[in-house]
Write a protein that binds this ligand. Sequence first.
Ligand SMILES: Cc1cc2nc3c(=O)[nH]c(=O)nc-3n(C[C@H](O)[C@H](O)[C@H](O)COP(=O)(O)OP(=O)(O)OC[C@H]3O[C@@H](n4cnc5c(N)ncnc54)[C@H](O)[C@@H]3O)c2cc1C
Length: 339
Amino acid sequence: MTGRFGKRLFEIFFRTYSEKLWGIPCSELDADFAAQRIKKLSLLEVIKSFVKLTKKNEHKTLVDQFAYPLKGTGMVYENMRDKIRENGGKIHLSNPVKRVLRKASTATGIELENGEVKNFDEVVSSMPLTLLMKRLDNVPQSIRDNVAKLRYRNTVIVYLRIDAADLFPDNWLYIHSENLSVGRITNFRNWVPELYGEDDKTILALEYWCYEDDDFWSLEDAKIIDLAKKEIASTRLIGSSEVLDGKVVRLPRCYPVYSKGYKENLKPVEGFLTDIESLSVIGRYGAFKYNNQDHSILMGMRAAENIAEGKSHDLWEINTDYDNYQESYIITRTGLEKA
Ligand SMILES: Cc1cc2nc3c(=O)[nH]c(=O)nc-3n(C[C@H](O)[C@H](O)[C@H](O)COP(=O)(O)OP(=O)(O)OC[C@H]3O[C@@H](n4cnc5c(N)ncnc54)[C@H](O)[C@@H]3O)c2cc1C
């Protein structure tokens, strides 16, 4: 980042936010994170885009428009669910998998938390990689040691209901200030204003990040809401408007941490899982990849092609190297379309 944008911009825009998100100094982060997220963006491109010399939305990192489902991102998955059912598929929710079963080097099915055993020709796992490894028998100690070094960062979202309809025009704001712990503020009213109907209040989401063993993770809700109220007031984004209500949602294992050397631990695990026949590992948490939804959906589609059409996509390669990764997709009502 310093090489691309200079030390001063790195200090102003990247360092504090990144360190809040990952909870480690940038010097301990692997460069993969920046390569995946800012791709080939340069300072010149940023300036050209700012003075409108480039075409609209030319660089993905600088898009100022994007399609968003009218009732939220869940619509995409509800449509997928309907298609699966229309085609005779079955979806079983709230059935946590306790173990993935295998005979020799082939996955043969799953055991549910309630003890029920189900045999399958193929198993596709999107549960966090570290959990999958605990739910597989006969994993060599050296691989377990590798897995123990892979960490996820947790998110604590504080939703605040504000007594105002028109606070600020942005969908979300990244908070760089070192004086605040909040890292990102989302204004849901600006995503789909029609959803609010006659309601003249605004819901803001303040995102905080921590590790599972940090005190913050188990801090009581009232204290976290108090902190969020103080911080939102100090940003002056809500002016003198009143905070009417607050709710805390804790999301474990949200971000696979690309700390320096993570690949040395991930590679042997990838190799171990690749050697298990009839098991595909996909998704942001499942494959320990800092994916957005498009990459996660793409991994699912490619896994399906491997199984149904006998293709041999290397799923681990998706969202790995942007120089070689030329495919670009947009999320549509029913899945993905090539952009
Ligand atoms: C706060 C936040 C904001 C984000 N914002 C964006 C954004 O703006 N745009 C974007 O594109 N992406 C965004 N993402 C990323 C996006 O949500 C993920 O990339 C995507 O949801 C990952 O899909 P997935 O299928 O890998 O994982 P998930 O959607 O988490 O699916 C994994 C599934 O596995 C299930 N599971 C886990 N363990 C078990 C078990 N033992 N048994 C059975 N099932 C199990 C879980 O219940 C879950 O349903 C955001 C993520 C977070 C956390």
